[in-house]
Design a protein around this ligand. Structure first.
Ligand SMILES: CC(=O)SCCNC(=O)CCNC(=O)[C@H](O)C(C)(C)COP(=O)(O)OP(=O)(O)OC[C@H]1O[C@@H](n2cnc3c(N)ncnc32)[C@H](O)[C@@H]1OP(=O)(O)O
Ligand SMILES: O=C([O-])CC(=O)C(=O)O
Length: 369
């Protein structure tokens, strides 16, 4: 018998992460992701995912130096982004950019652990700029170059908004990147591992993951959430909108999850706290209250809990990130998690090649010529 959607199927072993739904814990190389988000930085998580151990402060500094030494996009890549049409979808733009920079990586080895580590560092350096420049290029805006005098996280937000973030904005953005950094085996990571299992390379695997993440049942939900929150001006409006969607059997974006389903996504709670802080700072209490009201409607009507996308969307909005870049920023944050999975797949590979339960006809014959 087939298992639709491979629900609950164990597809591979991993030492990277695990969703312990019972204990409401996202285990990341032995640590609790939420504890990491409250005590470590995104670059610590990048080091942890790449090397298997949390970096010391000196190791983290060296990692940042290495990433910064890979900053910058080839002029031709920026030109490719500028050739894309104004109405281009930002995930398509990102997919094109990541696919194109593969050809500029001069390290021909694309399977050893060392080579993959170098490539992951290059991607950490370049993907945020592809995200930012992709938006600018298709909106006829000047392309913002990275600034090495800013921290990695501060520079990412600066390249998107054109403004150097405050310390508080930087800390919230850092936390949101950690929340998105790694999550066991979602569709996009699985897609990347399937691609890597043919011994294809990290750039190709990540390009496939971008296509997967674009869909609204996955990463694309964070953009849909924000459109819904903005369409409703008040708490009452949001309730009306949600009830209308539910009566039309539409899904409400930002709720439900294949693995958590009837339990809270711990990352949503983390982002809810971040939103409360940010809303207080930015005079946006009304947006926070509207989100909480929406959460209550879904609990009452469907017994469904918010997932990360529900609370990350208003956080990104208050940080000044354009809605079209919400899913690309998710991908940029997840680049390190996906890289770790590709490295693990390459290190202990077995080609993914499942079978089917055939339901089509048999014994047909073409007309005789
Ligand atoms: C960071 C991330 O990528 S998290 C995921 C982001 N995606 C979203 O937020 C999209 C909205 N959510 C959904 O569509 C789903 O919850 C998914 C795709 C994430 C998980 O779905 P599945 O595991 O396939 O759950 P499934 O489709 O079996 O749903 C079970 C029941 O809950 C309902 N349900 C699940 N999510 C929702 C939702 N968001 N709104 C309304 N009803 C929902 C389904 O209609 C179904 O009801 P039924 O049993 O009465 O038919
Ligand atoms: O785990 C999933 O299926 C989707 C998700 O929450 C993520 O990728 O962060």
């Amino acid at each position: 018998m087939s298992v639709p959607g491979l629900e609950n199927v164990i597809a591979n072993e991993t030492a990277i992460s695990y969703l312990d739904v019972e204990k409401e814990e996202i285990v990341l190389r032995g640590y609790d992701l939420i504890e990491l988000a409250n005590n470590a930085t995104y670059l610590d998580i990048a080091g942890l995912l790449l090397d298997g151990a949390l970096p010391t402060p000196e190791e983290r500094r060296l990692l940042e130096v290495k990433i910064k030494s890979e900053y910058g996009l080839p002029r031709n890549i920026q030109s490719i982004l500028q050739l894309l049409p104004e109405q281009a979808n930002m995930m398509d733009v990102l997919r094109t950019g990541i696919s194109a920079i593969a050809s500029y990586d001069e390290e021909l080895d694309d399977r050893s652990n060392d080579a993959n580590t170098h490539k992951a560092i290059r991607l950490l350096a370049k993907v945020p700029q592809i995200v930012a420049n992709g938006f600018q290029a298709t909106n006829n805006q000047p392309l913002i170059e990275p600034r090495k005098d800013l921290s990695y996280v501060s520079n990412f937000l600066y390249m998107i908004t054109g403004n150097v973030p405050t310390l508080m904005e930087e800390e919230v953005f850092d936390q949101s990147l950690i929340a998105y950094s790694e999550h066991e085996l979602p569709n996009s990571t699985f897609a990347a591992r399937v691609i890597a299992s043919t011994q294809s390379d990290l750039y190709g695997a990540l390009t496939g993951a971008v296509a997967s993440l674009k869909g609204t049942l996955h990463g694309g939900a964070n953009e849909a959430v924000m459109y819904m929150l903005l369409e409703a001006q008040t708490e009452a409006d949001l309730e009306r909108l949600m009830l209308k969607k539910l009566s039309q059997k539409e899904r409400i974006m930002g709720f439900g999850h294949r693995v958590y389903m009837r339990k809270a996504d711990p990352r949503a709670l983390l982002m809810k706290e971040a939103l409360a802080e940010l809303a207080a700072e930015k005079n946006a209490q009304e947006l926070y209250d509207r989100c909480v009201a929406g959460e209550q409607v879904m609990k009452r009507e469907k017994n469904l809990y918010p997932n990360l996308d529900y609370y990350a969307a208003p956080v990104f909005h208050l940080l000044g990130i354009p809605i079209d870049l919400f899913t690309p920023v998710f991908l940029a944050a997840r680049t390190i998690g996906i890289s770790a999975h590709v490295m693990e797949q390459h290190g202990n590979n077995r080609l993914f090649r499942p079978r089917v339960h055939y339901t089509g006809p048999r014994n047909l014959h073409p007309p005789i010529k």
